[in-house]
Ligand binder design. Structure first.
Ligand SMILES: [Zn+2]
Length: 383
């Protein structure tokens, strides 16, 4: 007898690409097209591990998946190497927007660290302007195909470097020219946000919003510092906030121990987890990336042990993102599909996760409301 496996989610039996999406955590230097890297590298005289687009794409994914941090970081050497000229930055930014639009993204925030793009003599302001010009050209190119997308830059400072004040000033200087927020990235462990306190204070004094990578490679202390010293309005990943959530399962005598589920678990939130949940601090969760980098290793093996579902069920403000589309070999559509397969999410769940992201966007209220309305309408047309 042939067994037919029922479709886990029959109402999602269509290409999830058509769903309008909001992307809040996506690195510019982690989302290049392999073919573009090859062309730009040739022009720059930079040697790549492969000059075949398919093989190069695989090399990026394998290196990111290798479990070796050295190999993972090496991938960025190649993308950053081809983003040192105005032309390179423009092209990468333009294609980034086109690729987001092809994935159904209607609003995206693009994060990148200008200080990493000065190797050929460009200034911080010049690189921000080149990326902004590319983003705008991408928006125009998308509009020509009859679609709409809006994008903003998250100007990022590198944690291991010492330029955070300068970068914070750069971000504020470009607030009317595409910069919508600030972030710090790079080695989290050992580089607490408190090290960049002055920069964060400067941003706060200028009422300029920050999201902070925290709770990925380091735990609760890093999240606490992101919120207190960084005044983070969102957390980049933030997934390890789950370490401050305790669930005790009561043994129900007579019931099969294997059948105990979380409905009879006793949930306790620590003060930090309560703050993050109750204040609605958005968590920029990147499922595949979290698995690759070991951010969720403490919760078990495999994507099914990702605490995002537990956090979502408990009412945390969970948003879904890609982090580095090239290295992880994913799109936001892929991440949605992964959640549908792993956690049985339906259209209502995907809508809620998308609205969470829209409401956490670094946009003025009126624009946020328009975005929310657009998403709600698109979903109701599907339903
Ligand atoms: Zn990131």
């Amino acid at each position: 007898m042939t067994e037919t496996i029922p479709d886990a989610a029959p109402d999602l039996d269509f290409d999830l690409k058509v769903l309008p999406k909001v992307s809040l955590h996506d690195h510019l230097d982690g989302g290049l097209r392999p073919a573009t890297i090859i062309e730009l590298a040739e022009a720059a005289g930079h040697t790549l591990p492969s000059t075949d687009p398919v093989a190069l794409g695989e090399w990026f994914r394998e290196s990111a998946d290798s479990g070796s941090l050295v190999r993972y970081l090496e991938t960025f050497d190649h993308t950053i190497a081809v983003m040192q000229t105005k032309e390179g930055l423009f092209r990468v930014a333009k294609e980034f927007v086109e690729d987001l639009a092809d994935d159904g993204v209607v609003y995206g925030e693009v994060r990148w660290a200008p200080e990493q793009h000065l190797q050929k003599g460009l200034s911080l302001d010049e690189v921000v302007e080149a990326v902004q010009a590319g983003l705008e050209a991408g928006v125009d190119a998308v509009a020509e195909t009859g679609r709409d997308i809006q994008v903003g830059q998250l100007i990022t400072a590198m944690r291991h470097a010492d330029r955070s004040q300068e970068i914070a000033e750069l971000a504020v200087r470009h607030r009317n020219n595409g910069a919508v927020g600030f972030d710090i990235a790079g080695a989290e462990d050992g580089f607490l946000p408190s090290r960049f306190k002055d920069a964060f204070t400067y941003l706060a004094q200028h009422n300029f919003p920050a999201t902070v990578h925290a709770g990925e490679a380091a735990g609760l202390e890093s999240i606490q510092s992101a919120l207190v010293d960084g005044r983070a309005l969102r957390l980049g990943h933030g997934v390890r906030i789950a370490e401050d959530v305790t669930i005790e399962f009561e043994e129900d005598e007579g019931a099969d121990a294997d059948e105990v589920d979380d409905t009879i678990g006793m949930v306790t939130l620590g003060e930090l987890a309560s703050w993050v949940r109750d204040r609605g601090i958005a968590l920029e969760i990147c499922p595949s990336s979290n698995l690759q980098t070991g951010a969720i290793a403490g919760f078990g093996e495999g994507i099914e042990s990702h605490p995002l579902d537990m956090l979502y069920q408990l009412g945390f403000n969970v948003t879904i993102n890609t982090d580095n589309r090239l290295m992880s070999g994913v799109t936001l559509t892929d991440e949605f599909e992964l959640l549908v397969e792993t956690f049985d999410y339906d259209l209502d769940d995907l809508l809620e996760l998308t609205l969470n992201a829209a409401e956490a966007a670094f946009l003025p209220l009126e624009e946020k409301e328009a975005l929310v309305e657009y998403i709600n309408e698109a979903y109701s047309d599907l339903g």
